[in-house]
Design a protein around this ligand. Structure first.
Ligand SMILES: NC(=O)c1ccc[n+]([C@@H]2O[C@H](COP(=O)([O-])OP(=O)(O)OC[C@H]3O[C@@H](n4cnc5c(N)ncnc54)[C@H](OP(=O)(O)O)[C@@H]3O)[C@@H](O)[C@H]2O)c1
Length: 254
């Protein structure tokens, strides 16, 4: 079988492109020649600004914006119907990035509602998005799925155990599917970032002061950038020989 790692001309769906890491992934995949379907939940202004920035760079390339609360099953089904209608196909590349995490670190302070919502946004939606995306990928024997998990899945976290559990679940989902669909040309990997500034979660290094993610605890001595996350996501999309991996992007933090 010939090796096909071409991104140019593919359609990438990036959820949460109104946020820091999602926007950086969208920019990077667009620069690599992909068409984009991008989602926001509440921040339409940010996504509109991203579209206004990108579209003039390649006026003929198809870009679309979709409102989608990933905790809402009907929104997910509608998202895929809108993509089919606007692009004439389902995505070839799926970047499951939209995520939610509150800094409630003590288990005794985590309500059941907070547990359920965190699992719904981070884990349940990852399953449902993947279920919606894989039929097209299997039919064409080519697909790339990249989940944005977190160092919290296995290590240091400024959030609580509910967030860690949701992200560890995503890693399990990814590794299971990687084994099952490797021979079908569909790869599954996750990028596990830590302390990425320029995001709603961590606007600046100031927001890490006094937490386990304080830059004084990070071996490289600084926080990570959204572009560094995007670099890894694009690399995984371009490298079909990597599947079932969690790439820790943490400046050496464990
Ligand atoms: N920043 C870090 O250091 C770090 C570390 C580890 C993992 N992560 C993960 O990276 C991913 C991106 O986060 P970020 O750091 O870029 O933070 P961010 O700037 O706050 O972006 C979060 C994105 O998720 C979207 N979102 C939140 N709840 C949603 C929902 N119910 N339905 C649909 N979309 C929803 C937001 O949409 P709206 O703004 O439009 O509502 C936004 O686009 C998340 O999965 C997060 O867990 C981040």
């Amino acid at each position: 079988m010939p090796v096909d790692n071409e991104i140019k001309g593919r359609l990438a769906l990036v959820t949460g492109a109104s946020g820091g890491i999602g926007a950086a992934c969208a920019r990077d995949l667009f620069a690599a020649g992909a068409s984009l379907a991008l989602t926001y939940s509440t921040n339409k202004t940010a996504l509109d600004a991203l579209l206004a920035e990108l579209q003039p760079l390649a006026p003929d390339r198809k870009l679309s914006a979709h409102q989608c609360d990933v905790a809402n099953d009907a929104d997910l089904t509608r998202l895929f119907a809108e993509i089919q209608h606007q692009h004439g196909q389902h995505p070839d590349i799926l970047v499951v990035n939209a995520g939610y995490g509150k800094r409630t670190s003590n288990i005794l302070d985590i309500t059941i509602a907070e547990w359920d919502y965190t699992i719904a946004v981070n884990l349940r939606a990852s399953f449902l998005l993947t279920q919606l995306a894989v039929p097209h990928m299997l039919a064409q024997q080519w697909g790339r799925v990249v989940y944005i998990s977190s160092i919290a899945a296995t290590g240091t976290s400024i959030n609580g155990c509910h967030y860690s559990a949701s992200k560890a679940g995503v890693q399990g989902l990814s590794k299971n599917l990687a084994n099952k669909m490797g021979k079908d040309g569909v790869t599954f990997n996750d990028v596990a970032p830590a302390m990425i500034t320029g995001t709603g979660m961590i606007p600046t290094e100031e927001h890490l002061k006094g937490t386990p993610g304080d830059v004084s605890n990070i071996p490289v001595g600084r926080a990570g950038s959204t572009q560094e996350c995007a670099n890894v996501v694009t690399m995984l999309c371009r490298t079909g020989y990597i599947t079932g991996q969690s790439i820790l992007l943490s400046g050496g933090l464990k």
